[in-house]
Ligand binder design. Structure first.
Ligand code: SF4
Ligand code: SF4
Length: 248
């Protein structure tokens, strides 16, 4: 049973806050949204905080990078009915995980002689520590991702997850295929749609910021990429940028 007035919170871990900003930028719809939700804790939305109140819904932005963040997240999970991972950082570690090969050097560079005392680990997806009930993809997500999500909830149904690739939207808009016709390295065939193929529409190959569709066929993508300038290792790195680098 989904309550009419949802008590929601937005919590931020390691990330640029772009996901929260996109929610706030739904300017035309915020007044309507405010009638459906009671935002009890969100650093960029309200100065109110609640340390005990339970949440109906907690939106989690950012990746987890330290034992203290891990504990904080686990405590929050006990207080919320539903937890939603928002954006690439929360879903896969996102671009933060690009630190992996150079992590030690980077820590020393930033923290100097006290680097050893800083308790951090390589950025991890939220799902590595707590159960996640729903995901909103993107880096950052689109306005429509948030509005569809809350729209479904306010109608009393649980939001569905998009799983069709960017290519579907590209074809629907009858755009020129940058991969097949121009041999540009476009990740649209394996990337979750929902952006209306914004980048291909501007002549820019998809970078894969919305994460991978569940049936992503990387072998076929490699085959399609054969005519582009990307080497296999560069393609691998490009896919890793928003997928957290697992199993590529
Ligand atoms: S997913 Fe992208 S927009 Fe959202 S916090 Fe991470 S880097 Fe920023
Ligand atoms: S341009 Fe990219 S997203 Fe569009 S159809 Fe071609 S491969 Fe797919």
């Amino acid at each position: 049973m989904i309550p009419k007035l949802l008590k929601i919170g937005v919590v931020h871990f390691a990330g640029c806050s772009g996901c929260q900003l996109m929610l706030l930028n739904c300017e035309a719809e915020l007044a309507i949204l405010a009638q459906r939700v009671d935002c009890v804790d969100a650093s960029m939305i309200t100065s109110a905080t609640c340390e005990e109140t339970p949440f109906d819904l907690l939106l989690v932005e950012g990746s987890i990078t330290s034992p203290s963040e891990q504990q904080h997240l686990q405590k929050l999970r006990l207080r919320c009915r539903h937890l939603v991972a928002v954006g690439a950082c929360a879903l896969t570690g996102g671009i933060n995980r690009f630190d992996a090969p150079t992590r030690e050097t980077a820590c020393t560079h930033v923290y100097g002689p006290v680097a050893d005392q800083i308790e951090t680990f390589s950025p991890q997806p939220v799902a590595n520590f707590v159960a996640v009930d729903a995901c909103i993809p993107g880096c950052p997500p689109e306005h429509s991702d948030f509005l569809d999500f809350f729209g479904a909830l306010s109608c009393g149904v649980w939001p569905t997850q998009r799983d069709a690739p960017v290519c579907m939207e590209c074809r629907t808009r009858e755009l020129r295929c940058l991969l097949e016709e121009d041999h540009l390295p476009c990740l649209g065939p394996i990337t979750i749609g929902g952006c209306a193929a914004r980048c291909p529409a501007l002549g820019i190959p998809c970078e894969g910021c919305r994460g991978e569709v569940s049936e992503a066929n990387r072998d076929e993508l490699c085959h399609l990429m054969a005519k582009t300038h990307l080497s296999k290792s560069e393609l691998k790195r490009r896919i890793q940028r928003f997928t957290g680098g697992e199993n590529v």
